[in-house]
Design a protein around this ligand. Structure first.
Ligand SMILES: [Zn+2]
Length: 308
């Protein structure tokens, strides 16, 4: 029996224009139908998803993964051409009504990088100065939508670096959600200790689970997710407007219903979870490293050892 409530935060990443246009209104409707909060993290710059297709040549297994996850069908042909044969749409301009709808409907809107593909590929190599320039563009775009500075962020592809910690600490973000780990921590890297909490994604993402052996044998991907729920603890599930907001909406809703049936469940925005974390002085300081998670090509930031 758990005396502690099971906290669950839904982190909705907005990566692609096509996915956002359909997925944002549908997910908002779903969350309202079930009276649950959620936190959206939106790309502010141009979409160049098509360029990710070129990873096919640089990452072993990407083509296999694309076919296995039916990515071309799930993402749509246009998405795969943006930034290659078609010019990439400027997300914060073309989706400004959608982004404003997130706020006006009472949900949290954080930022998810500028050019998703560039951030995912290069953030860990960028200098402090380069990252600061990126945040100048992000904050300007966000202010045009919300009339204030962004307070929360999640980097594309769970990328993190000491320079990124430094810049975002100085810009007054109240928390970050950039890594994979079981529970929140204060991140430390290369001798730099951040005073801003990291609220990590604790579940695998849907595209990672689709290639899971149990799923290939016929088990539902969200049944696999249920096994990863940490009762009496903080849980963060990252979903994507182009997947759970479209083809997988019905399955995602079943997952929500199953979670709601659990005793002691409390759904919160990531901001509310971060507020609780800040009130708790037991939260450890941890380093992180770039490592692999099952079912995902490339590396993500993963929480590590407790620092002294
Ligand atoms: Zn993303």
């Amino acid at each position: 029996m758990n005396a502690q409530p099971t906290l669950l935060g839904l982190k909705v990443d907005i990566d692609t224009y096509e996915g956002a246009k359909e997925g944002i209104p549908r997910l908002i409707k779903l969350f309202k139908r079930h009276s649950i909060p959620a936190s959206f993290f939106a790309v502010m710059g141009p979409e160049h998803s098509g360029r990710a297709v070129f990873r096919l040549f640089t990452h072993k297994g990407f083509l296999k993964k694309m076919l296995r996850t039916k990515a071309p069908k799930a993402y749509g042909l246009k998405t795969l051409l943006y930034g290659t044969l078609l010019p990439g749409p400027m997300m914060s301009e073309k989706l400004k009504h959608h982004y404003r709808m997130i706020i006006s409907e009472g949900f949290e809107l954080g930022v998810h990088g500028y050019d998703h593909i560039a951030w995912h590929n290069d953030l860990t190599k960028w200098s402090e100065e380069k990252i600061r320039g990126e945040y100048d563009k992000i904050r300007e775009a966000y202010r045009k939508i919300a009339g204030k500075d962004p307070e929360s962020l999640g980097t594309p592809g769970w990328q993190e670096s000491a320079d990124h910690l430094k810049v975002t600490d100085s810009l007054g973000f109240s928390y970050r959600s950039d890594t994979r780990f079981s529970q929140p921590f204060y991140p430390e890297k290369d001798g730099y200790a951040s005073s801003v909490p990291e609220i990590p994604t604790t579940f695998p993402s849907l595209d990672e689970v689709l290639g899971n052996e149990d799923v290939l044998k016929g088990k539902g991907p969200f049944d696999v997710m249920m096994q990863r729920l940490q009762e009496g603890k903080i849980n963060i599930f990252t979903l994507h407007t182009e997947l759970e907001g479209r083809f997988y909406l019905r399955f995602f809703e079943e997952f929500i219903l199953k979670l709601k049936e659990k005793k002691g469940m409390e759904f919160l925005t990531l901001q509310a979870i971060a507020d609780r974390v800040r009130e708790n002085d037991d939260i450890p300081r941890r380093s992180f490293h770039m490592g692999e998670v099952p079912g995902r090509a490339g590396k993500v930031a993963i929480g590590g050892e407790v620092s002294a």
